[in-house]
Design a protein. Structure first.
Length: 327
């Protein structure tokens, strides 16, 4: 149960309710998982030799329009850059020097992203967006070293949770919209991809079936469109989450698409009740009472500050809707 129900609500309009206090535990879990996944990704770049292969050895890079001025560091600088990226991701996971870690990580990852357009991946753009959100929201209020030093967890305003949930919902929605094209509705490119993997994949007997490309195509389409509304509804949340876990793990096994499946599995947990990590740890009535007290300590905000936050949210989400629709 969401322990924020134990504290007085602001009442009034939905916009005012966005500033009600709520438990920060689910956001803390996502922050920690996000940081650990990206720290591991930095380690993989070192161990696989990708830093040299992608950014040092090539003599020419396909930069993005307007960003031609961004150039790779010298060889030692690129290795140092990825070191800072990995350390800041770990700092984000642990919640140590949180704002500095979140800002450094987002800047470092954005730099790597902008260096080479030929290395573009949708989930790299998503990582930058989520990193920017972590810079703006108090995701270190619980489950962080700073919270441990304070001796207690702070509540967070509900808008912080709502903003992250909406951003992730847009990812699923636009994934469905992107599939509404002639090729996908006729089983491509899955048919071609399955042909190259049927002999080496665990799913070989399944994907060799003639109907498999259409089943996977329409199944993925429906899952993307249904994910957001069914995750928001309490009675369908867990079944949809389990289906999404199976979907992402299947993609990982079939296509080896890097960190994206693990990132989305971790991110989708944000739709569960805000206190679900505390409930899972089963700390008992004493922990519940402590959570109730700390949730009442949310600092009051002026109406000007609230309007500023609401306008910022509206502008941010408008951009996230407009960019995918620009075509």
């Amino acid at each position: 149960m969401d322990n924020s129900s134990n504290v007085p609500k602001s009442g009034g309009s939905w916009s005012q309710r966005l500033f009600d206090p709520t438990d920060a535990a689910s956001l803390a879990f996502f922050r920690a998982a996000f940081g650990l996944i990206l720290a591991a990704e930095a380690v993989i770049y070192f161990s696989a030799g990708w830093i040299d292969e992608y950014f040092i050895a090539p003599k020419f890079h396909f930069t993005y329009p307007g960003f031609h001025w961004i150039k790779p560091w010298p060889a030692w600088g690129m290795y140092l850059h990825f070191g800072v990226l990995g350390v800041s991701a770990l700092g984000l996971a642990l919640g140590i020097c949180y704002r500095l870690s979140a800002t450094l990580f987002t800047l470092c990852f954005s730099y790597v992203f902008l260096l080479e357009q030929a290395r573009y991946l949708n989930h790299f753009y998503l990582v930058i967006i989520l990193g920017a959100l972590f810079c703006a929201i108090p995701a270190d209020a619980a489950g962080s070293l700073s919270a441990r030093r304070r001796g207690f967890s702070r509540p967070i305003p509900r808008w912080a949770l709502t903003l992250v949930r909406t951003q992730l919902g847009l990812v699923y929605m636009f994934a469905g919209i992107a599939k509404l094209n002639f090729d996908w509705l006729h089983g491509e490119p899955l048919r071609s991809w399955f042909e190259g993997r049927s002999e080496v994949s665990f799913f070989g007997p399944l994907i060799r079936q003639p109907v498999a490309p259409l089943l996977f195509s329409y199944g993925g389409l429906l899952l993307d469109f249904l994910a957001w509304p069914l995750l928001l509804y309490r009675h369908t949340r867990l079944p949809m989450f389990l289906m999404l876990v199976a979907f992402h793990l299947t993609n990982c096994a079939l296509f080896g698409i890097g960190i994206f499946p693990w990132l989305m599995i971790a991110a989708t947990t944000i739709y569960f009740e805000p206190d679900w990590p505390r409930s899972l740890l089963a700390r008992g009535k004493r922990a519940g009472a402590q959570t109730k007290r700390t949730l009442q300590q949310l600092r009051p905000q002026s109406q000007v500050h609230k309007r500023f936050i609401l306008c910022g949210m509206a502008l941010f989400l408008a951009i996230q809707i407009a960019l995918p629709l620009r075509h």
